[in-house]
Design a protein. Structure first.
Length: 694
């Protein structure tokens, strides 16, 4: 039993000797949000008693986090891998933890209370340390606890849409975090802080570059830069992946073709994979956007997506890497419904992908809208490993400025029953989960304090998709603001109503893709002149004098038939379709009777008004928190809520002005008229809106 005692007890050290660090409180400073949900870094007064068995850098990081982050009076902690002989007498239940699961458990050893943090690998111990910190910072009892958790999805990645010139596609938090120009020589300390934040929520991979990839990112110079980042990330359990441009064998290798059936192309990828693994031995693999929105791919040669993916998979397989092959495909030459095209292309390929291919499917069938139904491919490819891709960055939910907590959006999708197999939900069908990152070089990382919550919630749900988004909002709020219960409750309530508010003022009842062109900033439901039909908002809402909505039943595109039979049958009828998705699946008259007794038009107007009123409420609630929140974060959030108020009103007014121009209906009595004529809204242009594609 003695050997299981903490080292300081065995060594006869007085506990106080371990209290390294200054005993004085850190100087008060404004909170610029850099510390995220992790509390201040640097010297602190706290120095909890923490011992480690083992010497890895990962274990040292875990111990340091606990020393700095736990209160000084916390029960002493012992960190060790489950296999350490010193833990054997405790007979801890660690067999089921896998490679990443952790156990944090209070024990009494020789009369001394101890908290054991353990797992089967060093990274699992690190995850356990962060779980303990989360628990403590959220006010949990640390004297008597058992925290055990194993991730449900093995591959949990952030996809950075970062370009090599430092810009970020759909990024609203400043330039790319990666300073490609000074890498690999200079490793900005932020890289480690970024990895630390990801480890704290269980994210274990990062795709460094944009899916709209340049071949250069696979050149020797850029592999060296990626390797430098991988070296920083490794102790935090974060593996590096790269987006690969399918035509790279031609652009970099000078080949005449990138046809996956051509042996020279396959050999080029094999050599490239070997080169990458020499520099990055734990390289995660490739993410590929092929034959999508102008990107090259196997279809250019008449080969299938499986042919393309399997060629890359063969190159990575000897090294243990995976290919994440995106199913985000649609073609202007295809006159069918855009929402049905990915299923039509990929479903017949089920069973044809190599075992180290993961087909990555966006959560909904179109494109990260404020609300979409589940993508029909989930559950439909039982012989293929699937990944769900979410957008953490808010391309369609107000960029950096609008408060929209996405926990409910992620959870709503992950909880959706596929209805293909008993008990199967979208979440339970996954081999991987990816979030398009909202992280940039802004001091607060994500462009706003509340956007940090979306990074946090993505990580927590990626680890365990059964978590409750409200509970996640609460633990984030407690860690981020450290406020008393009433203020915490108020912030959680604000977060929980925020996404629905965005749905209401941008497009209620399943309307989608009504955004201004290219930049996707602000309303543009009238746009009908873009060269590809499915790039135009009018393609999606199909409003005319008589009605509105996209008929995806057998009378229309019949996309409903792609869902499992029971679900398809319900979605085929407006009465059995959830009202929040009504216009996604049905074209109905403006007079369609809604569940509450109103006509569709009346209900739509009320929803738009409700969305605006909700944002007014968010701002008032925030104003009431002014005495309790630090001035820097309060002021920025207040200003952003002011922007959101103005833009919610703009969305509502422009949308109603447009719908009235189509349906010829009046506003219900007492409803405020739009501030301007429709022509005014149509004239607004935003040439410098951030995040547009390059
Ligand atoms: C859309 C974005 C575009 C991305 C594309 C994708 O507007 O910038 O390149 O998705 O996911 O949401 O590939």
């Amino acid at each position: 039993m003695n050997s299981a005692r903490p080292l300081w007890i065995r060594a006869g050290l007085a506990a106080s000797a371990l209290l390294v660090g200054a005993a004085t409180a850190p100087p008060a400073r404004a909170n610029d949000g850099y510390d995220l949900w992790l509390g201040p870094q640097g010297p602190t007064a706290a120095a909890a008693k923490v011992e480690v068995i083992g010497t890895s850098r990962t274990l040292a990081i875990a111990a340091e986090e606990l020393r700095k982050g736990l209160p000084r009076e916390a029960t002493p902690v012992l960190l060790a891998r489950a296999g350490e002989p010193a833990l054997a007498p405790l007979k801890l239940a660690t067999d089921q933890l896998g490679n990443e699961g952790y156990l944090v458990h209070s024990v009494t050893l020789s009369g001394q209370r101890l908290t054991i943090v353990t797992g089967n690998t060093d990274v699992a111990v690190l995850y356990g340390a962060f779980a303990l910190l989360r628990h403590a910072r959220a006010g949990g009892d640390t004297a008597n606890l058992t925290l055990a958790s194993t991730p449900r999805i093995p591959v949990r990645v952030l996809d950075h849409w970062d370009n090599l010139d430092g810009s970020v596609e759909r990024g609203y938090a400043g330039q790319s975090l990666w300073d490609w120009w000074t890498l690999p020589d200079y490793k900005d300390p932020r890289y480690a802080d970024y990895a630390r934040a990801n480890a704290s929520i269980g994210i274990n991979g990062v795709v460094l570059n944009n899916v709209n990839a340049k071949a250069d990112s696979l050149s020797a110079a850029y592999i060296a830069k990626a390797a430098a980042l991988a070296d920083v990330f490794r102790p935090y359990g974060l593996r590096v992946y790269l987006s690969a441009r399918f035509s790279a064998p031609m652009e970099l290798g000078g080949l005449k073709t990138a046809d996956p059936r051509n042996p020279a192309a396959a050999a080029w990828w094999q050599a490239k994979a070997d080169e990458i693994y020499r520099a990055i031995p734990d390289f995660g693999g490739f993410l590929v956007k092929a034959n999508s929105e102008g990107q090259p791919g196997p279809r250019d040669y008449g080969a299938s997506h499986a042919d393309g993916a399997n060629m890359l998979a063969a190159a990575l397989a000897p090294h243990g890497g995976v290919v994440m092959w995106r199913a985000f495909v649609y073609a202007e030459t295809d006159p069918t419904d855009r929402a049905s095209q990915a299923y039509a292309e990929f479903k017949p390929l089920d069973g044809k992908f190599s075992s180290n291919v993961i087909v990555q499917v966006k959560n909904g069938p179109i494109d990260f809208q404020p609300r979409e139904p589940m993508h029909p491919l989930f559950g439909a490819m039982p012989a293929t490993r699937l990944a769900a891709e979410f957008q953490v960055t808010k391309e369609y939910l107000g960029f950096a400025t609008h408060l929209a907590y996405l926990g409910p959006l992620f959870a709503e999708a992950l909880d959706t029953p596929t209805e293909r197999r008993a008990g199967e939900t979208m979440g339970s069908s996954l081999a991987a989960i990816a979030g398009v990152a909202n992280v940039g070089r802004d001091r607060d990382w994500s462009g706003s304090t509340f956007n940090q919550a979306n990074w946090y919630a993505f990580g927590r749900l990626a680890w365990d998709f059964t978590l409750d988004p409200r509970a996640i909002a609460r633990e984030w709020t407690l860690q981020t603001f450290g406020l008393p219960p009433a203020a915490t409750d108020k912030i959680v309530a604000m977060m929980m109503r925020s996404r629905e508010a965005v749905v209401d003022y941008t497009g209620p009842f399943g309307l989608a893709h009504l955004f201004g062109s290219d930049h996707h900033y602000g309303p543009g439901p009238w746009i009908d002149d873009l060269k590809r039909p499915e790039w135009n908002p009018v393609y999606y809402h199909r409003a005319d004098r008589n009605g509105i909505g996209f008929d995806r039943t057998a009378r229309g595109s019949n996309t409903v038939a792609q869902y499992a039979p029971g679900l398809a049958a319900r979605l085929a009828r407006p009465e059995t379709t959830p009202p929040e998705l009504l216009l996604w699946f049905h074209h109905v008259p403006w007079t369609y009777p809604m569940p509450g007794g109103e006509t569709l038009w009346q209900a739509m107007v009320r929803r738009y008004d409700h969305g605006v009123a909700e944002v007014d409420l968010l701002r008032r609630e925030w104003a009431s928190l002014k005495p309790q929140v630090d001035a820097e974060r309060w002021t920025k959030t207040d200003a952003y809520l002011g922007i959101q108020q103005r833009e919610a009103r703009w969305w509502r007014d422009a949308s109603l002005a447009y719908w009235m121009s189509i349906n010829g209906l009046a506003l219900p009595a007492g409803v405020r008229k739009p501030d301007h004529d429709l022509s005014w809204y149509k004239q607004q242009h935003f040439p410098f809106a951030p995040g547009g594609p390059r």
